[in-house]
Design a protein around this ligand. Structure first.
Ligand code: SF4
Length: 352
């Protein structure tokens, strides 16, 4: 269980052109008091059985290690008291790569921070410059090396669709991220939020966001690469909140409240299509079998995937069966007694 706190823009030396942290973080207070901190912890802890969950306090948003040291110590002390009394296991923070130094890392270690997530966003320096990030890709490499030397778990955040980026730049960023071997990754498509420089550029026609289908395709590529490298993608798309859903908050861009589900659906569509093209399936009844957990992504929202498969391959009908014993992420297809199997990002194999 993660108990999240948002520090908003605290510690940010500049404003990145895409960032409206108030929309991303939702309705969070400008500054965290000890009372509001303890109330939130209490709310989370009272709803959880301590024995069953690894419990972590997280400071998200802003730039934790870029804040004044006194402010960092104040928040770390609040959190550390729950580690000392055994109610919380450890702490996670997110920060910028250029705000990491030896002294700061010693402080984090002392107060029980186990995980540091770095906002890299891109490894193309021109993209970072145009996004007004204020750091370079070499800062990310340096920060990751320091964190690993000191035994922190690490996470890297990357974005797609930033100004000046393109498919090859994004693929380069994915490869560079993998080379740094983080313990986890978060991927966010660039969304144009109200009250940002990016929104002004969009209105002037100087920035064109990715379409939804481009974003889905690029995220599918990234998921495949990170899956091959055995690096978990712990978030794909922004976590939705009420602020974000307010009319006008999102000006443009590939936003969907269940973005990851859309990516998963598109992966299952490709898997099923790859098997159907191995057979002369036109006009036939097809049976797909898969693990219970995968059924809704396979069907798609409002059964869109099934309809698309039926139309694209001109099938007579589709039956979806669930199998308790079947491995997750694999799809079996039976047509006229012949069975095929495909795993996520794999190629179809004749099974029986
Ligand atoms: S460093 Fe992060 S929180 Fe700060 S302005 Fe940039 S994106 Fe927003």
């Amino acid at each position: 269980m993660i108990i999240p706190f948002f520090i908003l823009h605290h510690g940010c030396p500049n404003r990145c052109i895409f960032c409206n942290v108030h929309k991303i973080a939702g309705n969070n207070p400008e500054s965290l008091t000890e009372q509001s901190f303890r109330e939130t912890i209490h709310k989370y802890l009272s709803n959880t059985k301590r024995n069953t969950a690894h419990t972590q306090i997280a400071f998200y948003g802003g730039n934790f290690t870029g804040m004044e040291k006194e402010h960092q110590v104040k928040l770390l002390k609040f959190a550390h008291s729950y580690i000392q009394n055994g109610q919380v296991d450890d702490i996670r923070i997110s920060t910028r790569p250029d705000a990491i130094d030896n002294e700061g890392l010693e402080l984090l270690k002392r107060f029980g921070v186990s995980t540091v997530e770095i906002g890299a966003q891109s490894f193309v320096d021109e993209v970072l410059r145009r996004s007004h990030r204020g750091h370079s890709s070499s800062d990310v490499v340096h920060a990751m090396n320091m964190l690993k030397e000191r035994g922190f778990k690490t996470g890297i955040h990357i974005m797609l669709g930033l100004p000046g980026d393109d498919r090859s730049g994004y693929e380069y960023s994915v490869r560079k991220t993998i080379a740094l071997k983080p313990d986890m990754v978060r991927i966010h498509p660039t969304i144009v939020f109200q009250d940002t420089v990016l929104a002004e550029l969009f209105v002037k026609g100087a920035y064109i966001p990715l379409s939804m289908s481009e974003a889905l395709d690029m995220c599918t590529y990234a998921l495949e690469k990170f899956s091959e490298a055995q690096i978990p993608v712990i978030r794909l798309g922004l976590q939705t909140n009420r602020e974000m859903e307010n009319p006008g908050s999102i000006v443009a861009g590939p936003y969907h409240p269940a973005f990851r589900s859309l990516v998963e659906e598109s992966i299952f569509f490709t898997m099923a299509s790859s098997m159907l093209t191995e057979e002369a399936s036109t006009g036939k009844e097809i049976i797909f079998s898969l693990a219970q957990k995968d059924v809704s992504a396979f069907r798609g929202q409002r059964k869109k995937n099934l309809q698309r498969l039926k139309d694209t391959h001109r099938l007579a009908g589709i039956t979806v069966k669930t199998d308790q014993t079947q491995e997750e992420g694999a799809v079996f297809m039976t047509v006229e007694g012949r069975t095929w199997k495909v795993r996520k990002f794999g190629t179809p194999e004749r099974y029986a």
